[in-house]
Design a protein around this ligand. Sequence first.
Ligand code: PMP
Ligand code: GLU
Length: 395
Amino acid sequence: MDHRLSKRVNEMATSATLAMAAKTRELKEQGVDIIGLSLGEPDFPIPDYVKQAAIVAIEENYHAYTPVDGYGDLKKAIITKFKRDNNLEYKPSQIVVSTGAKQSLANLMMVLLDEGDEVLLPAPYWVSYADQSKVAGGVPKEIPTSIETDFKVTPQALEAAITPKTKMIVYSSPCNPSGSVYSRAELRKLADVLVKYPEIIVISDEIYEHINFTGNHASMAEFDDMYDRTVVVNGVSKAFSMTGWRIGYIGGPEWIARACDKMQGQVTSGANCIAQRATITALENPPSKIKFMVDAFKERRSLILKLLSEIEGFKTNNPEGAFYVFPDISYFFGKTLRGKNINTASDFSLYLLEEAKVATVTGEAFGDANCIRLSYAASEKEITEAMHRIKEALK
Ligand code: PMP
Ligand code: GLU
């Protein structure tokens, strides 16, 4: 890194998910037959009614800057969605639309963290939480979990990690990368700890809300004693296969939402106007319209779990949501495969890329050095072929 770059960016890690996606793309362009199971990105087309809404918006000449925190009618659609799907009540001043949930999260780190503030991250956690909080001056504090507790944080472990410097806790449910889903009862137990520490803000990343095979989605914001300090992060990337359209949003305390609006007003001026118009239509339609995608993910989950169980050395939990499996592959540490020493999850992930031509992401990026992440947002054919290749490469 050039010394003229800021310390801030020099110390920031490159997004491991996006780096692996770039590597996969590059190898494919060189003609290498890579199967990409690294990027969490639905492979379904965008629903036609959403596409149509974008076309209409262009034809109606939507072109200008939007309100910084999103169109009023989009905020209304988000409020209706929160009420319909989550039984949560928000006023327009509590909603901010951003350029993806990733930006919503970055806004939150920027507006809430001061130098040295601690951010609790039950591990494994989504890759960008740690570096986003560091850029904002925060100090990520991982709370390890294990496959034995389905990668979920216990109330005891949460309480033990809290210090006078704890500013927030950030987690996703359904979880990227573990696929774990916190039940309402489990969240209540965590809330029982957090109510004792009223200064701590909860960032509840619910972007995989609809990709949940339990049929029950719960949010910390549902609890009356947590509502005033919980920010729900959501977006259309996963549920509507709209990753490239870059629309995310938050619902949360007004003072936090207004600060995000202020931040965004200096950084982006708000999200893309056409994508915002299409998002209104996406959210106005009932979740039953996208159930076919969820059903397909559920079948793919069964397939990948079955095939993984046939490979010696992979230990998995039973992911109940999102579209990832996060096997513990520490069995391979200390072994030599085809002359290559495997001592870390990164070694293992690289080995799979080079020898099986399957792209995965190392668990180190998610705060768990014993695992790798496989995304099953891929066709059944690709999943089957990838697992076959992995099995062969590990023989
Ligand atoms: N949170 C989690 C848990 C994710 O997996 C992702 C990945 N897309 C994001 C946030 C960011 O989503 P977006 O595409 O809306 O920025
Ligand atoms: N969230 C996806 C993933 O974890 C997309 C990549 C990203 O946004 O970093 O793979």
